[in-house]
Design a protein around this ligand. Structure first.
Ligand code: CP
Length: 307
């Protein structure tokens, strides 16, 4: 592959190859000396047109640990503010010969469009409600490490599915790896058409969570509910927030996931999110660095073969 734009373009064996390489980086990242030279001589530019903590920091750390020259474009201070378009911005940076462009954008499809205009490898760091492929890959690695496999698991994805690129990329990845997926949430946030992904839809947490191996909570994304129905946080937490009582319906060894950032007391109880016996939220963040190192290494190998 030339780019990493979405899970929809990856096969089962592509996914396994990324996760297997990422495993080697989990070990490297736990050492005191964390350096490798596999991206040495390459230039990585991170362009985040939407806020980020985890994705931006981990792509920067991943590039630096692999020896790339990494530049973070401060989009708020760029000529975008003077009216320069996304494509003109991308073409301008392209003329400086970067090798890897990491892009987050609020509009679905914007990263694919940009990838058609530049000569370097593009990694999608989240585009609107469309895809967030490295998030799904880091979630997959976390699940595989916790459960010992990434197939034939019962996985519940709960909450604001409608506005979530994380849910979409996970639905595609976990479906390709032959898991059984349940989507749980109010019909306004889990529309029927999501059944097209092969998932079962529930609007009752007490039914949907029964005997699942993995509970993946999603952030209520109020910033994407422009003009639509915004649920009251109290009511939402009561019906759809994950707490110990609801989790007790899942398998006794079910893990709790959340991509972050979390709304404590809205979609998840804060104490449960911090319970290291059940929650793998911090491990998800750790896996994010390893998965991004692996994804960039595989794209860089391809760049070198083409050159
Ligand atoms: N999970 C995730 O994408 O977090 P950020 O928005 O902080 O990058």
């Amino acid at each position: 592959h030339r780019h990493l734009l979405g899970i929809e373009h990856l096969s089962q064996s592509d996914i396994t190859a990324i996760l297997d390489l990422a495993e080697t980086y989990v070990d490297l990242n736990r050492q005191s000396a964390k350096h490798s030279d596999v991206l040495s001589g390459l230039t990585q530019i991170n362009m985040f047109f939407e806020n980020s903590t985890r994705t931006q920091a981990s792509f920067e750390i991943a590039g630096k640990r692999l020896g790339a020259d990494v530049m973070n474009m401060a989009m708020q201070a760029s000529s975008i503010k003077k009216g320069e378009t996304l494509i003109d911005t991308a073409m301008t940076l392209n003329a400086m010969h970067p090798d890897l462009l990491v892009v987050r954008h609020p509009h679905s499809g914007a990263v694919d469009l940009l990838a058609q205009k530049v000569n370097c490898a593009v990694l999608n760091a989240g585009d609107g409600k469309h895809e967030h492929p490295t998030q799904a890959l880091l979630d997959a690695l976390t699940i595989r490490r916790a459960k010992g496999r990434l197939h034939r698991l019962n996985i519940a994805i709960c909450g604001d599915v409608a506005h979530s690129r994380v849910a979409r990329s996970n639905l595609i990845l976990l479906g390709k790896m032959e898991n059984r997926i349940r989507l749980i949430g109010p019909p306004t946030l889990v529309p029927d058409h999501f059944a097209e992904f092969g998932a079962e839809i529930y609007d009752d947490m007490n039914e949907g969570l029964r005997d699942v191996d993995v509970v993946m909570m999603l952030r209520l994304q109020k910033e994407r509910m422009d003009g639509g129905f915004i649920p009251s946080e109290r009511e939402y937490y009561h019906r759809y927030g994950l707490d110990a009582a609801k989790l007790a319906l899942a398998k006794p060894d079910a893990i709790v996931m959340h991509p972050g950032p979390m709304n404590r007391g809205v979609e998840i109880d804060g104490t449960l999110a911090d319970d290291i016996n059940r929650s793998v939220i911090q491990e998800q963040v750790e896996m994010g660095v390893a998965v991004r190192m692996a994804a960039m290494e595989l794209l860089a190998r391809n760049l070198r073969e083409v050159a």
